[in-house]
Design a protein around this ligand. Structure first.
Ligand code: NAD
Ligand code: 6OD
Length: 486
């Protein structure tokens, strides 16, 4: 049984109130830890420590030294790879097959990539003519924004948290992180590595708890916070935006999606099936970039449905440490209820269940877990709830289309705009269609293939701003122009 405390000013501390909550393994339903819940005093202590660190060694540290430390931090995560892997898999139930290729390596890489980006980004300069002929030189400097509040979700806990902490620290900021209440382990473990590699006290702080009227809300409303970067549901983004409005605090949001895949008849069907199996079912469908709507050109529609069904029925559900496991449980019983309510709605709305649609039989030790079957539907109307609303479970709806124009219209007919996958071997079509999709990311013949130098974020209700590569600097630094009259 783990006890998870806050990490404030380089030390693990409990809550003054003594408030605790349970941490549950979603695969078994068993309690695996107790977590301290932060109240306003702990949030205040964390923000104060982060402010002080900006004035101390961290604020004065040369960039090259800071970047070296972030490389050491990444190496420190890798050195404790198995501990991070186990912690992440116990918290989420996700299979090690996934976490050891995505969550943990990316958790480390996020520090190295941004340390290198920050060292190599130039700023602009302009010469201005002046009436006296002497001119003026303008140049820009990037300064850290200050204390960054990082609020992260449970689906890829370490990856998504470090995706924000990496650039924040690389730019010289300090952070207060509020991980999801469902997945506190790896964020806490990272505190140990921060101390091991010598990151100064107060640079990385963690407070645990919930959202409304708890650690999350206290943090977003704290006057010492200079920027809020958030990944999570669109509705939560709206609540945080309201909290941020009071002090005009800057925000960066990565929110929900209802992502389409478009499968053209000229695709390589093997690639399209393999890619869609991953995009619909990886992480038990709990990836914001995941595919929940699949549009397939009519000549290959039947073949696609039947091959995706066969692939889905081959997925092995099981324990995280079984190397054969393809899919774990959902994150919680509460989320399971939500996903199962959509499974019911699909039937009520006249959909055909191609496969799945219910709960699987699991062995006795997993019987209390948050398991659902990977599910495919056909035959739903375009305005059905399961076609419009983000479910965030292992399910997708497949619908035929006849023309490229129709496919683009269907793909764009959503209030979200995060990601789209296009499957075609026709290179002209790939460019043409990709250019017309209203989303932050379009993959052609792939999915979740990430180059961390590229802009990442969502259009419409899927987010505000872009992070990744130099784009992260727009949020994590304050750009200052200096004008020198010569
Ligand atoms: P969530 O919005 O419920 O919670 C995210 C975080 O916000 C948690 O730490 C939570 O405690 C906190 N929170 C909740 N209410 C808050 C409030 N009022 N004030 C401050 N903090 C608050 O999201 P989730 O259920 O953890 O994650 C799933 C969602 O995240 C899905 O909608 C998914 O699409 C989205 N997501 C988006 C991206 C992206 O890059 N666009 C990535 C991953 C997940
Ligand atoms: O790969 C990333 O950088 C990233 N932010 C992925 C988001 C996945 C959402 O679940």
């Amino acid at each position: 049984m783990r006890e998870v405390k806050h990490f404030i000013n380089g030390e693990f501390v409990g809550s003054a109130s003594g408030k605790l909550f349970d941490n549950i393994n979603p695969a078994t339903g068993q309690k695996i830890g107790i977590v301290h819940e932060a109240g306003a005093p702990e949030v205040d202590a964390a923000v104060t420590a982060a402010q002080a660190a900006l004035q101390g060694d961290w604020g004065k540290m040369p960039l090259a030294e800071r970047a070296d430390l972030l490389h050491k931090l990444a190496d420190g995560i890798t050195a404790r790879f198995d501990e991070f892997l186990e912690a992440e898999c116990l918290d989420t139930g996700k299979p090690q097959k996934l976490a050891c290729h995505i969550d943990i390596p990316r958790g480390a890489a996020n520090f190295k990539v941004f340390a290198d980006v920050v060292k190599n980004v130039p700023t602009e300069s302009f010469m201005l003519d002046t009436p006296d002929g002497a001119g003026a030189l303008n140049y820009s400097l990037r300064k850290p924004k200050g204390v960054i509040a990082v609020i992260s979700p449970w689906n890829l806990p370490l990856l998504l948290m470090t995706w924000k902490v990496g650039p924040a620290l690389a730019c010289g900021n300090t952070v207060v992180v509020k991980p999801s209440e469902e997945t506190p382990f790896t964020t806490a473990l990272l505190g140990e590595v921060m101390n091991e590699v010598g990151i100064p006290k107060g640079v990385y702080n963690v407070i645990h708890g919930f959202g409304p009227n708890s650690a999350g809300e206290f943090l977003t409303r704290h006057k010492g916070v200079d920027g809020i970067t958030f990944t999570g549901e669109t509705g939560t983004g709206s609540a945080i935006m309201k909290a941020a409005a009071d002090d005009i605090t800057d925000i960066s949001f990565e929110l929900g999606g209802k992502n389409p895949a478009i499968v053209f008849a000229d695709c390589d069907m093997d690639k399209a099936i393999e890619g869609t199996l991953r995009s619909a079912f990886a992480n038990c469908g709990q990836v914001c970039l995941g595919t929940e709507r699949v549009y397939v050109e009519r000549p290959v529609y039947d073949a696609f449905v039947s091959r995706l069904k066969a692939g889905t029925e081959n997925l092995k559900l099981g324990k995280w440490d079984d190397p054969e496991t393809d899919m774990g449980p959902l994150i919680s019983q509460e989320h399971r209820e939500k996903v199962l309510s959509y499974y019911q709605k699909a039937v009520d709305e006249g959909g055909t269940v191609v496969t799945g649609g219910g709960t699987p039989e699991m062995s006795a030790d997993l019987a209390q877990g948050a398991w659902v079957e990977p599910t495919i539907w056909t035959g739903l109307s375009d305005d059905a709830a399961c076609v419009r609303e983000e479910i965030f479970g292992p399910c997708c709806h497949i619908r035929p289309f006849d023309t490229e124009e129709e496919a683009i219209e269907l793909a764009n007919s959503t209030e979200y705009g995060l990601a789209t996958a296009i499957w075609t071997e026709n290179v002209s079509r790939a460019h043409r269609v990709a250019g017309r999709i209203d989303a932050g990311i379009v993959w052609v013949n792939s999915w979740f293939l990430r180059d961390l130098r590229t802009p990442f974020g969502g259009a419409k209700q899927s987010g505000i701003g872009r992070e990744g590569g130099v784009h992260s600097l727009e949020f994590y630094t304050e750009l200052k122009n200096i004008c020198i009259k010569l």
